[in-house]
Each structure stands twice: as C-alpha cells, then as structure tokens.
Design a protein around this ligand. Sequence first.
Ligand code: RIB
Ligand code: CA
Length: 312
Amino acid sequence: MKKVPVIIDCDPGHDDAVMLMLAVGSGLFDIKAITTSAGNQTQEKTLKNALRLKTLLAIDTPIYKGSDKPLFRNLIIADQVHGEMGMDGPILPEPVITPESLSAIEAIAKILTESSEKITIVPTGPLTNIATFLLAYPHLKPRIERISMMGGGAFRGNMTPTAEFNIYVDPEAAAIVFQSGVPITMCGLDVTHKALVFQEDIERFRSIGNRTGQVIAELMDFFSIFYRKERPELDGGAALHDPCAIAWLIDPSMFQSKACYVDVEVTGKLTAGTTVVDFFDVLKKTPNAEVVYDIDREKYIQLIYDSVLGLP
Ligand code: RIB
Ligand code: CA
C-alpha cells in the first residue's frame, strides 16, 4: 500500500509522542519532516523531545526547529500537564543528534516545492509554524492535500471554558489556518475527551516488552496524574488528544464528524482562542472544516497498541 506523505508539526508533549509512535509504527506514512512548535513546553524543550523520540523510534526523519513564540502573543506553556521537561516520566537520554539547519517553514516550503504529490500536514500543537508558512508561501497552498490537526472544540475548552490549549496559545495563527481555504480535519476536545486511555490500557502497553512499550506506559503514567486530579469527569482516563489527528487519516470510519464552518475568536475578553463551530449551520456559510466529535475508543487504543508492537 502506498504510504501517505505527511509533514508533522508537534510540541512533544506526551500525547504528541504517542502520535509519533502511531505515525511511525503504523507503517502507513512517509514522514517527510517533523517540525517543532512551542506549546506544551518551550521550543528548546519540544525540539529536544522530538530529537529524543527520533532516537527512540530509530527513524531518520529530519527534524526542523519552529518558532519560539506565537505570532503576536507571549508563549504560554502546559508544564502543569507535561512537566518541566515537557515529556516527564520516562528516562530518555539527552539527544546526541541535532536538528537540520533549515527552519521549519523553509523545510515545509522546500518539501512542498519538490514533491510530485500533495502533502498532508498534521499539526498537533499551536499553529504558529503553519500560519507563518501560509503567510510566507501562499502560492504553495495548492500543494497541501489536507491539514489534519488536533485543536479546538465545538462545545468546550481546557484553557478557558471555551478555548482549547493549541488554539488559545496562538489564536491569530489558528484564524489564519481556518481561513486559508486548505481542507481541514479538526480533532478537537469533543472527540479527544472520548479518546481516553485507562490504566488497563497502559498496562497492556507496558506488557508489550519492547522499549517503546515501556516508554509509552511511563509517559501515560505521568500524563494520567493531571487528568485524574483535574478531570474527574473522565473517570480516571487521560485524553489521548494528538494521535486522533493521525488515526483519522488511517481510518476515518472509527470516527464521527460533520462538515462545519469554523472561525476563531481572537479578541474576546472571555473567549479569545475559541474555535467558533457552526455545528447547526445557522450562518449558512460554506463549511471549511471536518469537525470530528466521536470515536470508537477500543479500536483507537488497539491501533496504537498494534503500532507500538512493531517499534524498537
Ligand atoms: O489541548 C490538548 C493539546 O494541547 C494537545 O495537543 C496537547 O499535546 C497540548 O499541546
Ligand atoms: Ca500537542
């Protein structure tokens, strides 16, 4: 089966790490590049974590450093969830490899320019790099197959009552992406709060017996601390947000979604960073995003488990 060419833009990040394990372990993607965004932790730390994961997964995918901060705002990080290192829990050695010399947006432009086929972009952190690329290289938009992202939400937030973290960190960037005209799949909190990993799933990962199985289990042990304390409504589960953006590309039939018009609030005193999703089409505007809102959780966890089986 022909591999899907993708560029992954992420802020590892516990769930970003699992997303990369799924993307690599599924064997279904030709990962042209991994670019790093500032979000869960600073750019310096997310970049280092991406290099650690490159080593762990024994891949030769080039890694490119992205922006240190949002387009106009100061950076807000999520160390309350991801810890001081940004991927706390497992002991992962300091990376001995280095990122490429090109910047993230130069790399995206080079890959899209040189590719004979359209490329799917998978952002799972704040959208700063993607927005910057779209502003700098608008002529390359037609070479993007789709943007399959983790971000936003139709009916809830996790940074404010209505804003999800990836959008909240850089609302202006998110607005640029949603208004770009590029086909979008939006895996927001509506679906990711159903994409839950429970302790019995974590123990299954740990029992696989390879190093990646041990690392994903220790990542989820740490990641679950926040969710068990701060999200009791999730019954002990942790929301495995980011792998949804890859899993939808693998098998959209395990999800439910609806084509909706989506825009981003950038000025609201209470609502800045909110994805305003016209779920009931009251505005009669042309939909610009496939908004994902439900998932077959068992199938999702099994997909991740099967991917980890084949990893180092
Ligand atoms: O709100 C969840 C999102 O914010 C996920 O992408 C997580 O990794 C953090 O970046
Ligand atoms: Ca992320």
